[in-house]
Design a protein around this ligand. Structure first.
Ligand code: PDD
Length: 287
């Protein structure tokens, strides 16, 4: 089925949406993005994604072509036009397409940003078989740039990380810097020890996950203790449980790290409960 996508003010069949070869997103990875999930036709955590998008743009001195209200309308229109019940909305803003390739940023009064949105239909998004089995992760060096708090489209290394995991017979990779776990290739990383949730503190080393913020809030509401600090791979391998969070995976248990099984090697009780709480609470406030 041909999707309807959004490009710079127009709703178009996906085959007709075209971007210039001079677009800086294409040439320089000069762009930012967001992924928002849709459950029962409603947007999960839209306000959080819109806020982080603005922050990413501000950090890169890039203009936002639309207000949050217009952005919400575009999201909703795409959900309707593509009849999405459960799935994802991908959004990308680039610094646009100047007349020629140049390292210097183009004049923003002349070159306007490119805004693209498209939907991804995922009927089993909330009912993922992986959540019942848990993921196996491997560790890899974190060699990404130093501003991982900005959600840019520089995703080559995370893609390579997923391929390294796949080759090793695992599902994903956790990245290590100076001996500590930063995050997963496209998700935030957590361990649980003696009932306590441990996840890296916010900084420029990780993306400030929107799902992370919600999960930590819900965890405190159900009286779980949260500790925001760095942890090593060895500590993770000795943990009772582990999990990851992202807009596309929600809370996903991790059952093996570099070949070492955690607990019984099956999703742990805390991660399973957090997934349920997250889905339940997020659905309640979806818009
Ligand atoms: N990835 N860390 C990284 C490096 C990410 O790419 C993501 C999201 C997260 C989790 O953030 P959030 O909870 O706001 O989704 C953490 C998206 C889903 C992606 O690239 O598809």
């Amino acid at each position: 089925m041909t999707r309807t996508v959004y490009l710079n003010g127009a709703y178009l069949p996906e085959t007709e949406a075209k971007i210039s070869i001079f677009d800086r997103g294409f040439l320089m990875a000069d762009g930012v993005y967001e992924v928002t999930s849709v459950l029962d036709g409603k947007l999960i955590d839209f306000a959080g994604h819109a806020k982080r998008l603005q922050r990413s743009l501000d950090e890169l001195d890039m203009a936002n072509p639309v207000t949050p209200q217009v952005l919400l309308e575009i999201h909703r229109e795409l959900v309707t036009r593509n009849a999405i019940k459960d799935g994802l909305i991908y959004l990308q803003i680039t610094r646009g397409a100047p007349e020629d390739r140049d390292f210097v940023f183009p004049d923003p009064t002349i070159t306007k940003p490119t805004l693209v949105l498209f939907t991804q239909n995922k009927p089993s998004l909330a009912d993922s078989p992986a959540a019942k089995k848990g993921l196996k992760v491997i560790s890899i060096d974190d060699i990404r740039w130093g501003r991982r708090d900005i959600k840019t489209v520089q995703l080559l290394y995370p893609s390579m990380g997923k391929m390294m995991a796949k080759k090793a017979g695992a599902d994903d990779a956790w990245m290590i810097e100076d001996g500590f776990v930063t995050e997963g290739t496209s998700n935030n990383a957590y361990i649980i020890k003696d009932g306590k949730i441990i996840t890296r503190h916010l900084g420029t080393e990780i993306l400030h996950g929107i799902t992370r913020a919600a999960v930590l809030r819900f965890a405190e509401e159900v009286k779980m203790t949260v500790e925001e600090r760095s942890f090593t791979l060895a500590e993770a391998q000795q943990a009772d449980e582990a999990f990851i969070t992202s807009a596309s995976m929600f809370v996903m248990p991790v059952v093996e790290i570099d070949g070492v099984s955690l607990g019984q090697g099956t999703p742990g009780q805390f991660a399973t409960r957090l997934r349920e709480v997250y889905l339940e609470e997020s659905r309640k406030v979806a818009i």
